[in-house]
Design a protein around this ligand. Structure first.
Ligand code: NAP
Ligand code: ZN
Length: 364
């Protein structure tokens, strides 16, 4: 049983974007539904902003993604978000009530061998918010208290939601790629949500970045960032000409035609870090010249997601002042979830599309 809700501030019903079937964006309909109660170890939060994710949300909604098979209908999508704790379940510190939090998109079991060894991103019993339980496309939702991170006072909810999952994943990837001063990172799909954060965070860690994009003119310029057209035939030479120091790739798109043109530019001891694969309509297959893996000591590393340690380190960077560059967060009212999905499917988005329960009109 959760602690009693404050009747003055929490109504019985909430608006939520409920999905009663898989299909196009119009399966996302706003409904009035009961506000959930936090179970033991959980908190109930008033959602302020939730990032719309291409894979976890949009691909799952279509019914054709492996995540879709793990969803029970009717369902509420939505993972990582920013919100305020309104009550807590048994075993959770009641002092959390009233605190503004970023909520991560999954909780690990804490018990399996991977979790015990600190490799919690490999947990065999991952529970993903908005897949295995109702998510945050709603005015209220519950989440494990172990995946809450307090927000600095001067960080708005839309930006906090944009940082909440991609930040820790980006930090995990940058560490795997050994990013730091004197290194250059190649980042594919540079206009995207994860890529735009990777670029900003790599620069914060002292690395320079080469961003590849099919829409190079829409990538936000930044000091130390070179943007190259991912479709140019002489991409290998252009990368070599732009490289200053050790080069590693972070490729969350895995478009084979782009891979085969950046791979020859990678130096001895380099790596390709992969946390996504959307470069072809069916599952992409990368053309890897196997001999180069040993003759040039190149590694291809899969990173499923963030570790909780990386999440804690990332939020410390945010408390120390790390922010997304302006112009990368795009607000949609909660009732426009279908439009946000449509924009992502049409390739019309850049940066972070975020649903907000109380629009500010801000478009950072
Ligand atoms: N493992 C994790 O925890 C995690 C978390 C977040 C995201 N991801 C993965 O990261 C990837 C990007 O996600 P996101 O949320 O950042 O998506 P996003 O905002 O939609 O960005 C994806 C970008 O990739 C490029 N792109 C899209 N389709 C492409 C195609 N068919 N061929 C080549 N380029 C294409 C586009 O960039 P340009 O137009 O600039 O080329 C697009 O802006 C996905 O694979 C996703 O699954 C993984
Ligand atoms: Zn585990």
């Amino acid at each position: 049983m959760g602690a009693p809700l404050d009747e003055m501030t929490v109504p019985e019903k909430m608006r939520a974007v409920v999905m009663r079937d898989f299909g196009g964006p119009d399966v996302l309909q706003v409904e009035d539904t009961a506000i959930p109660r936090p179970a033991a170890g959980e908190a109930l939060l008033r959602v302020a902003a939730v990032e719309v994710s291409r894979t976890r949300d949009v691909a799952t909604r279509t019914g054709g993604h492996p995540f879709s098979r793990q969803v029970s209908l009717p369902h509420v999508l939505g993972g990582h978000f920013a919100g305020e704790v309104v009550s807590v379940g048994e075993g959770v510190d009641p002092a959390l009530a009233g605190k503004r939090m970023a909520v991560m998109n999954h909780r690990t079991c804490g018990r399996c061998a991977a979790c015990r060894a600190g490799r919690d991103h490999e947990c065999g019993d991952l529970e993903i918010l908005g897949i295995h339980r109702w998510g945050s496309y709603a005015e209220y939702t519950t989440a494990s208290a172990g995946i809450l991170h307090p927000l600095p006072d001067n960080l708005g909810p839309a930006e906090a939601a944009a940082l909440a999952a991609t930040g820790p994943v980006a930090l995990t990837q940058l560490r795997a790629a050994k990013a730091g001063p004197g290194t250059t990172l190649l980042v594919t799909g540079a206009t995207g949500a994860l890529a735009s954060l990777l670029i900003a965070l790599a620069q914060q860690l002292g690395a320079t970045v080469i961003g590849l994009s099919r829409r190079p003119d829409t990538v936000r310029p930044a000091p130390g960032l070179t943007v190259l057209d991912a479709t140019r035939p002489d991409l290998t030479d252009a990368i070599l000409a732009a490289t200053d120091g050790f080069l590693a790739a972070i490729d969350n798109i895995c478009a084979p035609a782009v891979f085969e043109r950046y791979f020859p530019a990678l130096p001895h001891g380099s790596s390709v870090v992969v946390s996504g694969a959307i470069g072809t309509p069916e599952m992409p297959v990368l053309p890897v010249p196997a001999r180069d893996l040993y003759s040039r000591s190149i590694s291809i590393l899969g990173v499923r997601s963030h570790t909780e340690a990386a999440a804690a380190d990332f939020w410390q960077l945010v408390h120390d002042g790390f922010r997304l560059p302006a112009g990368l967060v795009h607000e949609y009212p909660l009732e426009d979830a279908a439009r946000a999905h449509q924009d992502i499917e049409h390739g019309a988005t850049t940066g972070h599309p975020v649903l907000v329960t109380h629009p500010t009109g801000e478009n950072r």
